[in-house]
Ligand binder design. Sequence first.
Ligand code: PBE
Length: 269
Amino acid sequence: DSSKAVGDQVDWQITGIDPGAGIMQATDRAIKEYGLDKWKLKQSSGAAMTAQLKRKYQQKDPIIITGWTPHWMFQKFDLKFLKDPKNVYGDAEAIHTVTRKGFKQDNPGAAKILDQFHWSQDDMGKVMLATADGKKPEEAAKEWVKKNQDKVKEWTKGAKKGNGKEVKIVYVAWDSAVASTNVIKTVLEDMGYKVTLKQVEAGPAFAGLSDGSVDAITCVWLPVTHKSYWDKYKSKLVDLGPNLKGGAKTGLVVPKYMKDVNSIEDLKA
Ligand code: PBE
């Protein structure tokens, strides 16, 4: 019933993702700063959240999610970010590649490739969309790498071959992270490195890098989304800089057919 207040329409629930995600912390802040006292942020996972979005979207039912770009959901569905006049979610961010301390000394070839890895929102979008359409992430990554050898050559320029040397990459099950992780894995393997991927929650990902049990990560969002992790662990980590600049954004997202909801302020009871 679209004549009801938006809160009543969605049971005062924002559909979130994994509790360790920075966007969940930002949404807790948004609930406080905008005075959304009646609202609850529901924990879920990236996959469960997009499945729920798909179900609601097909029925043209209302739903409010924690969303971000780059993400295939914006290609599959007509969605909009709610305006954030208090700028709780921050301005556009960059996605950084980060390694453990000492990785460059131990594995200069792989470190050079990780350092030179950078692509665009469009590039990442292609890999994500292929995966959303049913390709295995590894297959989607391999196809992109095959078609974009000009870019890959820039990343591998001047880097030593791996000869089976191991690289342990950690990531979180966010579709954007799955895309970048599988692409860099393919590139490193093509250069002769032996890559192991480890999927964990955000907290353990940063902890594993800081204690040296894993080598690298390609999905650190700065300066806002992963600030609390970064502040806690940065003295033990090495920031190789952005692998994606432009288009990295988080916030509350709704289908465009929710015409009366355009700003987080519209959620107030
Ligand atoms: N995300 C995607 C992550 C970073 C990448 C926005 C869901 C997060 O909120 O931590």
